[in-house]
Write a protein that binds this ligand. Sequence first.
Ligand SMILES: NC(=O)C1=CN([C@@H]2O[C@H](COP(=O)(O)OP(=O)(O)OC[C@H]3O[C@@H](n4cnc5c(N)ncnc54)[C@H](O)[C@@H]3O)[C@@H](O)[C@H]2O)[C@@H](O)CC1
Length: 380
Amino acid sequence: MTCLCLTHSITQTHNHNHNLPHATTTFSSSLHNRNPLFQLFSVSNQFPLLSRALFQSIILRPRIRPFSTNLTASYSSSAFAQIMANFDADSVTYLTQRDAAEIDETLMGPLGFSVDQLMELDVLSVATSISEVYKPCEHSRVLTICGPGNNGGDGLVAARHLHHFGYKPFVCYPKRTPKPLYAGLVTQLEALSIPFLSVEELPSDLSNDFDVVIDAMFGFSFHGSPRPPFDDLIQRLVSLHNNNNQIGQKRSVIVSVDIPSGWHVEEGDVDGTGIKPDMLKFCGPHHFLGGRFVPPAIAEKYKLILPPYPGTSMCVQIGKPPQIDISALRENYISPEFLEEQVEVDPINQFHKWFDDALAAGLKEPNAMALSTVGKDGKP
Ligand SMILES: NC(=O)C1=CN([C@@H]2O[C@H](COP(=O)(O)OP(=O)(O)OC[C@H]3O[C@@H](n4cnc5c(N)ncnc54)[C@H](O)[C@@H]3O)[C@@H](O)[C@H]2O)[C@@H](O)CC1
């Protein structure tokens, strides 16, 4: 039994670098000399098994990633977790570009979908996936770098969704295309007062100002070498990653929509010097699949295996659970000595003092409290 992961616009490419530090992957293929635009997942024992994740970069492009139509019944959360845990990143095979193109034509032909509609559906999955992995309370500042085509349109839509999810998006859109679709997306962002930044306005080190950088410059229609100003922008994302490796400081995470911009569409990061995105790893913690909207006719015709989407989610996270280094979670609480003579006589004053200290330290929820009760004897 096989299951299909149609990532329509996710070009599957291959990359032999297994050692990227930020563990996120692209939907990528190890199938040489094939056009692995689409992923075909093998399924065994009724559960889909992902395979062949040679990549290490993110790509959030869950346009159509159906799993099994016979797995769409509702599951308990534990059963669901079990199903998802059974994905194995070593058994993915791939659809051909032709199949994918045909499905696209069917969607936008007889099935009546439009480009902007697919864009909205896809990018809603992208935005929800981002918000699952990079919470707005910790990654609020998002820069979306948009290219001239539909991939750039995806970026504009992502900025809008993320704004509504509580992020603070900024958009760099240096080569605007005067088509009504894009003009409308820009107007929508302007109405939300989302700032547009020119390339010149961007800081030299993006990590200073942004927690997340969305790479929406180019998707599957990219060819040749990037022309200005995208050559420079791509290099900034590359150096973002490289700088982080060198100095070990916190940097912006990179989320590529579809293909990391600048990568060869079919062969991937050929010389290993391209963008290394951070999100969605085939066999790691950040790999999401979308495609909830796929019409049954498509699922049946192409024998797509749709996953059981939990609740109202647009996408599902697959792959192995994150490897957490528990020792890294430990914190040392070293504080000055607290002597009896330093205690305020009035406990309310003492409380104010501690509360002010907590506020000044920028603690999350300094007003959180524990309420205990005691008996007449003063004991809990
Ligand atoms: N059905 C579809 O086609 C949909 C596609 N979507 C997204 O759109 C992407 C494909 O969109 P497009 O076909 O518009 O293509 P892209 O967005 O990949 O890029 C095309 C644009 O990039 C320019 N370009 C190509 N190579 C360049 C280079 N070397 N230097 C500078 N500029 C270059 C082209 O002149 C053109 O303006 C997909 O990857 C996906 O992200 C989604 O928006 C939804 C629907």
